[in-house]
Write a protein of this length. Structure first.
Length: 250
């Protein structure tokens, strides 16, 4: 009998690929992975394919050295070591998303990184780590340095490269990436207007960071012990996907 938890997780992986592609957050070079729920030394990642077309049959299993368990001649992402290294360094992480969106890369190219100029970026302010670009992240030793730069945080801006989020569930990683992408888009739009930017005082930034904990953290202790912003968002994403693109279930 199939493992229902694993089946749900693989559905979530397909959905994450399709919804992030629909939102133009990931392109053919972006990728999403989830750790095997029963094998912490393995993870799942789609083969190298346009994410909006990913199906269950495209999902491949890898060990933490990024070697395929069943290759079958399928093309793999060259940047997959960033997933294996993150899972090795962070036993608590169950999902990793890496993107190269236009707004995300634009902010990654700015020396100051993400600016705390709106509620979205203020909420992320103390959650972001940074890593200086060394090239394409397809080498295991560099990816180990990337995982070290991430530390205990769940958001990473790879300078001159792109974005990375991770979490205890696919829902949490998705929630953080969607919020990070929105914040990057707002920053680029605000800067493009040409007017002087308004920076809120740091006490307001700190207050906002605390106020947004419920909607950003897995099982956050906000409105009771059951509060879980990422799970509520992911449930809505699943309902939306069932309406507009039910083919993910095949």
């Amino acid at each position: 009998m199939p493992d229902s938890n694993l089946e749900t997780l693989l559905d979530d992986l397909v959905i994450a690929n399709r919804i992030l592609a629909n939102e133009e957050v990931i392109d053919a070079f972006g990728h999403v992975s989830v750790r095997h729920p029963a094998r912490s030394d393995r993870y799942f990642l789609a083969r190298s394919r346009s994410p909006e077309l990913v199906e269950r049959g495209d999902i491949m299993e890898f060990d933490l050295e990024n070697r395929p368990i069943d290759e079958r001649g399928r093309t793999m992402y060259s940047e997959r070591p960033i997933h294996g290294s993150t899972y090795k360094a962070r036993p608590d992480v169950m999902s990793v998303i890496h993107t190269h969106s236009k707004a995300g890369v634009a902010v990654a190219c700015q020396e100051q990184g993400l600016l705390p100029i709106n509620l979205g970026s203020m909420g992320l302010y103390d959650k972001i780590a940074y890593y200086d670009c060394e090239g394409v992240t397809n080498e295991a030793d560099e990816c180990e340095r990337i995982a070290a730069a991430l530390g205990e945080k769940n958001v990473l801006i790879l300078r001159n490269h792109g974005l990375l989020t991770c979490g205890a569930t696919a829902a949490e990683a998705f929630n953080l990436m969607r919020r990070l992408e929105n914040a990057c888009e707002v920053q680029i739009m605000a800067q493009s207007g040409g007017a002087k930017l308004s920076y809120p005082p740091m006490n307001v930034v700190s207050k906002t960071t605390g106020q947004t904990t419920m909607t950003m953290d897995q099982n956050a202790d906000a409105k009771g012990a059951e509060a879980d912003g990422p799970a509520m968002l992911w449930a809505a994403v699943r309902r939306w996907m069932e309406q507009v693109d039910p083919s993910y279930m095949t």
